[in-house]
Design a protein around this ligand. Structure first.
Ligand SMILES: [Fe+2]
Length: 159
């Protein structure tokens, strides 16, 4: 991803990104999506944030939120991303997946939150209302309005 972003004319890197997009499409068609995707839709509607960007920025926040119920899956992700987890507890190893995603996004020049979009906390209630439905219902960990408010504070940089 980083290479494709930094070297936009690198056809090999672009091909790898296209393959990644295909694989992610196959995955989401079979497993569904979660809270990052659910919140990305109203953020696109009200703030015109490009869908891929908001999904990307929100992903590590939602991974961290979901960590207690998808710990083993995150451990596999950390391993597959090349993290050395041999001396870590399961929770620490799962956290490595979150940190690795943050690192890759940073290397690609993607901000760690959506602060540049100046999202207003007065809009949180309608963002949450419009996030409800398919993707949010599919989030692996139950998520209340209070949880979503907390996530929005972090994601928007208003914390
Ligand atoms: Fe989408």
């Amino acid at each position: 991803m980083v290479k494709a972003v930094k070297e936009g004319k690198n056809l090999e890197a672009r091909k790898d990104m296209a393959m990644s997009a295909l694989l992610s499409g196959l995955c989401l068609s079979n497993s569904g999506l979660g809270a990052a995707h659910a919140l990305s839709h109203p953020l696109g509607v009200y703030y015109k944030i490009p869908h891929g960007l908001s999904c990307t920025v929100l992903l590590p926040y939602v991974m961290e939120y979901n960590l207690p119920v998808v710990t083993k899956k995150l451990v596999k992700i950390a391993e597959s991303l090349g993290e050395n987890i041999s001396l870590l507890s399961e929770t620490e190893a799962a956290q490595k997946a979150v940190e690795k995603i943050k690192e890759v996004l940073s290397q690609a020049g993607i901000n760690s939150n959506l602060s540049e979009w100046e999202i207003k906390k007065e809009d949180f209630s309608r963002l949450i209302k419009d996030a409800k439905g398919g993707s949010l219902n599919n989030n692996p960990r139950d998520i209340s309005d209070e949880n979503l408010i907390e996530l929005l504070y972090k994601m928007t940089g208003l914390y």
